[in-house]
Design a binder for this molecule. Structure first.
Ligand SMILES: Nc1ncnc2c1ncn2[C@@H]1O[C@H](COP(=O)(O)OP(=O)(O)O)[C@@H](O)[C@H]1O
Ligand SMILES: [Mg+2]
Length: 337
């Protein structure tokens, strides 16, 4: 069953063009020039009930705008979308009870009040049955390890703790669809991991349908099998996450630890050298040449240790949008001695 159905969705913002110079600015007071920004430019995708999908793309790609449309916060310029059969921007109360939007950059909890006060407010707004409410609150605060903190003013909590409270607030009414906009942004590694673990477990238990944007590929790799990639308002890829790695990760990283006194010269004839801090150095090499280059390195230098790693996924995705490296000839056309 399809939970989220988006077809040819467009959102164009009109922004005023800034006028340079005095005379154009004065003219601009009377005649302001609009410029269209195609934040979402004909996006289509479907998400099955119970699926957790990563929504990736560089800054300004249109991710937040898409999520705002699906949450009914803004109206589209054209196109259609239904979530659980509802058209989000019709803002039916019945729909409001079925989804939640969490934005890492915005808080929905009252800053000066303890989180539990905001939770109680949610209970009233969503008309949650008091027994259900207590049970869910207990369950969620236990899972997210914030039980002792619900009585503390939100402003006194760490960012990670606050984010976990935000998640609780979003989940108290048991939504079926969860829209997550960078829920781990700025979190320390431990909090990030806690949020990941929680989302993984909770999503599976509840068969929640989730659309997740994140800067951190760790989140995505831990949670999602499928990724939709958007750039300049258009979908560029929709498929298994692994495919992205395969398709775009043409390179591997060989990490070397040298045994000698100093870094040997001519390293760059083996590949693109980066992240050098003696006795360590990393070389980016085409994936299909790893064996040859590795054996060439081993015979050329005294080495303490060698490792071969996948490149981080974020690098591979960033590369899709910067034509330089993606289209450049294989850079590490290593001259193997
Ligand atoms: N309220 C707005 N008014 C004008 N332009 C906007 C507005 N919101 C977003 N945009 C523009 O739309 C594009 C997509 O933004 P956004 O959806 O926030 O991207 P992302 O979340 O992928 O970083 C950007 O160029 C952004 O500047
Ligand atoms: Mg955004």
């Amino acid at each position: 069953m399809i939970a989220v159905d988006v077809r040819n969705l467009c959102k164009t913002y009109r922004v005023f063009r800034k006028q340079e110079g005095l005379w154009p600015s004065i003219k601009g007071l009377f005649h302001r020039e609009h410029q269209p920004v195609h934040a979402v430019a004909g996006v289509s995708f479907q998400i099955e009930r119970g699926e957790m999908v990563a929504f990736l793309g560089p800054n300004g790609a249109g991710k937040t705008t898409t999520l705002k449309l699906l949450a009914g916060l803004i109206y589209p310029t054209s196109g259609v979308a239904t979530v659980l059969g509802y058209v989000p921007w019709q803002r039916e109360i019945a729909y409001r009870r079925r989804f939640a939007l969490v934005m890492g950059q915005k808080n929905q909890l009252w800053w000066d009040l303890p989180a539990q006060e905001s939770f109680r407010l949610h209970k009233e707004i969503y008309r949650i049955d008091p027994t259900d409410f207590e049970r869910r609150l207990d369950e969620l605060t236990t899972l997210l390890e914030v039980k002792k903190l619900v009585g503390q003013p939100v402003r006194e909590l760490s960012l990670g703790e606050r984010m976990r409270m935000e998640l609780i607030a979003a989940l108290l009414h048991r939504p079926d669809v969860l829209l997550l906009d960078e829920p781990t942004i700025g979190l320390d590694v431990v909090s990030q991991r806690k949020v990941q673990d929680f989302l993984k477990q909770y999503q599976q238990e509840q068969r929640l349908t989730v659309l997740l944007t994140s800067h951190y590929m760790k989140d995505v790799q831990a949670l999602c099998q499928r990724a939709i990639i958007i750039n300049e308002g258009e979908i560029k890829h929709d498929g298994p996450l692994a495919q992205i790695v395969d398709r775009f990760s043409k390179f591997k990283v060989i990490e070397l630890q040298f045994a000698g006194e100093s870094l040997p010269g001519e390293l760059d004839r083996f590949g693109e050298v980066f992240d050098v801090s003696f006795p360590r150095a990393k070389i980016r090499v085409p994936r299909n040449q790893v064996p040859e280059i590795l054996s060439a390195l081993l015979s050329a230098f005294p080495l303490e240790d060698v490792g071969v790693h996948d490149r981080p996924l974020e690098e591979a995705i960033a590369e899709m949008f910067t034509s330089t490296r993606a289209t450049a000839p294989e850079p590490a056309a290593a001259v193997i001695p």
